[in-house]
Design a protein around this ligand. Structure first.
Ligand SMILES: NC(=O)C1=CN([C@@H]2O[C@H](COP(=O)(O)OP(=O)(O)OC[C@H]3O[C@@H](n4cnc5c(N)ncnc54)[C@H](O)[C@@H]3O)[C@@H](O)[C@H]2O)C=CC1
Ligand SMILES: Nc1nc(=O)c2c([nH]1)NC[C@@H]1CN(c3ccc(C(=O)N[C@@H](CCC(=O)O)C(=O)O)cc3)CN21
Length: 276
């Protein structure tokens, strides 16, 4: 069974919700949204790390204003026992400082942490709103010597993820790839979020697939369980599952109890299974 990490948004009250319902054995990643800022991400990640979770804060280059701010963020992370971050350009329209994309930030993280912090970088199996496929792959090639793994944008198709991993291997990207999978979130919210973050085309792809799409998107909640089983069944292609929870941490009514979840049999994945 593939290892799973659960992505959360550092919104008000999230630490309390997590401690109430998520076992400390669940690895968590904390997003960095433009309107939240990076300090909030690192503060939340440090709190959760001190409570015993393995936590990976997202550092968005365009939200970091200076090298001094970066060293402060790294110090706070390392003193909470955090040994890994996820580095992205970030959605901020104009950069807050000199870091305008992931690469220069990765370089400074390696330097200031003395190579002690691992870094994940983003991959786009479904394409990207403004990076064409070639530019996306070029960016990965430029970053790979400073990174430990790739995490994909939300994706809804196992073959598409496998094709993407094969493409990366062909062009010389050797990093382990974690497949980005949407959690058991309400279907209408998932569709709105997908459009917002630029994976709308991926959902259109699904809608062309007739009965399969209807099955995936039917019921109140999307269920990632089928996709996760397919990825599990093809061991060796992906290194793990990165579950975008969108803070939907509550077990779906009638689903299994999240607090008793183990491994990636997490209720966050299984919760919506009864929908189908
Ligand atoms: N996949 C994910 O989980 C997430 C993706 N994103 C968004 O995906 C985009 C690419 O980020 P990375 O994959 O880290 O690429 P990157 O930072 O390595 O950049 C690749 C290329 O895109 C340009 N670029 C990056 N962010 C930009 C932006 N906001 N506006 C205009 N140009 C930009 C860079 O200058 C560079 O030429 C960003 O907009 C990022 O915010 C944001 C958060 C999470
Ligand atoms: N372009 C891009 N930006 C991202 O931030 C991002 C990706 N792609 N792809 C993968 C994940 C998905 N992410 C998301 C997407 C939406 C929300 C979201 O729920 N936004 C709420 C605001 C939440 C809040 O302020 O507490 C919204 O209504 O916009 C959070 C993280 C973060 N990641």
């Amino acid at each position: 069974m593939l290892p799973t990490r659960v992505e959360i948004i550092p919104s008000e009250g999230i630490v309390e919700r997590i401690t109430a319902g998520v076992p400390t054995t669940t690895a968590l990643t904390v997003t960095c949204l433009p309107h939240h800022g990076v300090e909030r991400t690192v503060r939340t990640a440090a709190q959760l790390a001190e409570l015993g979770y393995t936590v990976i804060p997202h550092l968005a280059a365009r939200s970091i204003s200076s090298q001094a701010e970066l060293t402060g963020l790294l110090r706070a992370s390392m003193s909470a026992g955090i040994g890994e971050v996820f580095v992205i350009g970030g959605d901020r329209k104009s950069p807050a400082g000199a870091y305008d994309s992931a690469l220069p930030l990765l370089e400074d993280i390696a330097q200031y942490s003395g190579g002690l912090i691992r870094a994940g970088i983003a991959g786009y199996p479904e394409g990207h709103p403004f990076l064409d496929r070639g530019a996306g792959v070029e960016a990965l090639l430029a970053k790979q010597s400073l990174a430990s793994h790739v995490v994909t944008q939300m994706c809804f198709s196992a073959p598409r993820i496998h094709d993407y991993v094969a493409l990366l291997r062909r062009v010389g990207v050797e990093l382990p790839v974690w497949a980005g999978v949407a959690g058991a979130v309400p279907r209408t919210r998932l569709i709105a979020l997908a459009a917002q973050i630029g994976v709308g085309s991926s959902l259109k792809f699904l809608s062309r697939k007739g009965p399969l799409a209807r099955k995936l998107l039917s019921g109140d909640h999307y269920s990632p369980q089928g996709l996760v089983s397919e990825l599990d069944g093809q061991a060796g292609s992906v290194a793990g599952i990165h579950l975008y929870s969108f803070n939907n941490l509550d077990p779906v009514p009638g689903g299994p109890d999240l607090a008793s979840a183990a491994g990636h049999g997490s209720a966050l994945i299984q919760g919506a299974a009864h929908d189908h």
